[in-house]
Unconditional design. Structure first.
Length: 131
């Protein structure tokens, strides 16, 4: 469903218990379209993760991959850099806010049944009020 020019594409992958959760985002003028990664893409991300280090405990936990024009940038975070008290969906929304500002998120049909994007804001509010 994404297709076309990859400029502005952002991939976020987080691996938990050896299984990747992959989300693709497409930056639009006033919004960000969010897609679930396909099983094929998830399998590729899992392969990249497995090849990153022989010791699973030393492999990255989060990968951010952004395409800007004809260039790409990849950023990795490791388990010791991630606060386990913060839910994955809150981390994801924080990354989106940092990258795209407070643009409206539009879930693709592949995510319509997934309420996690709706739950992100509620979790974020809980954290904001508890600090």
């Amino acid at each position: 469903p994404i297709g076309g020019d990859p400029d502005g594409l952002f991939l976020y992958a987080e691996v938990a218990d050896g299984r990747p959760h992959v989300v693709l985002c497409r930056n639009r003028d006033k919004s960000v379209r969010v897609y679930r990664g396909s099983p094929e893409l998830s399998a590729l991300v899992e392969q990249v993760w497995a090849l990153s280090h022989d010791d699973p405990l030393k492999r990255w936990a989060v990968m951010e991959y952004a395409v800007e024009g004809t260039k790409f940038d990849t950023h990795f975070r490791y388990a010791e850099e991630i606060d386990p008290a913060v839910a994955s969906k809150v981390r994801f929304r924080s990354v989106l806010d940092a990258r795209f500002g407070r643009k409206r998120l539009i879930r693709d049909a592949s995510l319509r049944e997934d309420t996690s994007l709706q739950e992100i804001e509620a979790e974020k509010e809980k954290i904001r009020w508890s600090t």
